[in-house]
Ligand binder design. Structure first.
Ligand SMILES: *[C@@H]1O[C@H](CO)[C@@H](O)[C@H](O)[C@H]1NC(C)=O
Ligand SMILES: *[C@@H]1O[C@H](CO)[C@@H](O)[C@H](O)[C@H]1NC(C)=O
Length: 416
């Protein structure tokens, strides 16, 4: 691929843009309703379609942990905290558990940071077990369904498998006590033990105000073709190489470090957010987990996400047509990334950019405070509402038990 062909594409792009008036573009933003693989739309309003009961837990499961380390308000797992705050004041909340469709347990399992501030979830299983034990003994609703009408926010790398390394996460599997619950998680990958049927995949948390503060005029030309900032190797955790990102990031670096179309580096510049607004494509390769905040950043900044993570399941895919918005590149095809991206016709690029510009798209990726219609909180509620009514087998017969309270690694059974 020569630089010439890309310049040609850019020229084409600008001439195409010239034929569409701004008014026309805006009109299209307003009129185009986005719908996803299940035909669901982002504009659905969950209010009136479900009632959620929020368990009141001792503060050691949530507020105290946050007090100990406020950094978990800004890390990419912060959705567990903001979802709690959101629900407390949401019109879908009910104080009467007898009329609840869903039960929510506010436990911040990813906020128990290591001394270095790393959200390593080693204690999460014990904490989660402890919280479930508590709700099961103080209220009758857990035992009634063993969790089938309960949902949990588990935003860590591999969700309720509670480990940051994939092989360990797979070995652990989903915490046995959560087998029947609905999990709201960032981790999404088809045919993976850490994603169970019926889970709701959410975007990772990215700070809305901070992103807002870095917006540049929307008509700024996109003069960067491909942009990426982040690790290519994780020498500390993967000295031999090949585990981290299953080698895909290393391949990006080795193949394209000298390619002038690729603006890629490990250095995070202070203009990171601005740069994304000047780029046509933003690489979203897997890291330890298939997902990363780059997807959210790409959408917010109108940079077409190039998703390199085989079998990834993206957030709210029932309502968001990710195939039309992003570009999906198989991990094995990373060496062909330049040809793949330069062969995308300009009208296809324009269409993707147009979908990205849709405000409902951006809204669905964010957890703003205060909440706003159509934001990620509302999309989670939409997902829960669409699962109602609960199937008959959600509720157990008197005396029936399905879950095994003593299953799982012995270390997880210790009190928290
Ligand atoms: C629910 O079941 C557990 C385990 O079988 C039991 O210890 C607990 O007392 C039960 N809870 C209620 C409220 O009956
Ligand atoms: C529960 O799990 C433990 C540990 O795997 C096992 O020893 C026990 O037999 C199981 N109990 C039942 C009732 O299946």
């Amino acid at each position: 691929m020569g630089k010439g062909s890309w310049l040609l594409a850019l020229l084409l792009l600008s001439s195409l843009l010239g034929t569409i008036s701004v008014q026309e573009l805006e009109q299209r933003h307003r009129t185009e309703r986005i719908s996803g693989s299940a035909g669901d739309v982002l504009e659905d309003d969950p209010v009136g379609r479900l009632k959620v009961f929020v368990y009141e837990l001792p503060s050691k499961y949530n507020k105290k942990i946050l007090q100990k380390d406020s950094r978990c308000l800004t890390h990419m797992f912060a959705a567990e905290i903001f979802m709690h705050r959101f629900l407390l004041y949401s019109p879908v909340r009910t104080l009467n558990p007898e009329e609840a469709d869903w039960f929510y347990t506010p436990v911040y399992t990813t906020c128990d940071l290591t001394p270095n501030g790393l959200p390593l979830p080693f204690k999460s299983p014990r904490m989660m077990r402890s919280a479930i034990q508590l709700i099961a003994s103080n209220w009758p609703y857990w035992n009634r369904s063993e969790g089938a009408d309960h949902f949990f926010v588990v935003p860590h790398d591999f969700g309720a498998c509670f480990h940051y390394q994939e092989e360990k996460a797979i070995e652990r599997g989903i915490l046995p006590l959560l087998q029947r619950a609905t999990l709201v998680q960032t981790f999404g990958q088809r045919n993976h033990v850490c994603l169970k049927e019926g889970s709701i995949i959410i975007p990772p948390y990215a700070p809305p105000q901070k992103m807002q503060a870095h917006l540049i005029p929307p008509d700024t030309p996109r003069s960067i073709f491909v942009y990426f900032r982040g690790l290519f190797y994780d020498v500390g955790n993967d000295p031999e190489g090949g585990y981290y990102a299953r080698g895909a990031r290393a391949s990006v670096w080795e193949n394209f470090k000298d390619n002038p179309l690729f603006d890629i580096s490990t250095e995070h510049p202070i203009t990171y957010y601005e740069d994304m607004q000047r780029a046509v494509f933003c690489l979203c390769p897997l890291g330890w987990a298939p997902w990363s905040p780059r997807l959210v950043e790409g959408v917010i900044f109108g940079c077409i996400p190039v998703i390199i993570a085989d079998d990834i399941v993206l957030p709210f895919a029932d309502a968001i047509p990710w195939e039309e918005i992003g570009v999906f590149v198989a991990e094995k095809d990373v060496p062909k990334l330049d040809t793949i991206l330069t062969s995308i016709p300009p009208d296809v690029i324009l269409r993707k950019q147009r979908l990205l510009a849709n405000p409902s798209m951006k809204q669905a990726m964010l957890f703003p405070q205060p909440a706003q219609p159509g934001d990620a909180f509302h999309q989670i509620l939409n997902g829960l509402a669409r699962k109602l009514p609960h199937p008959r087998n959600a509720y157990l017969k008197r005396g029936e038990k399905i879950l095994n309270w003593t299953a799982g690694p012995v270390g997880d059974l210790k009190p928290w």
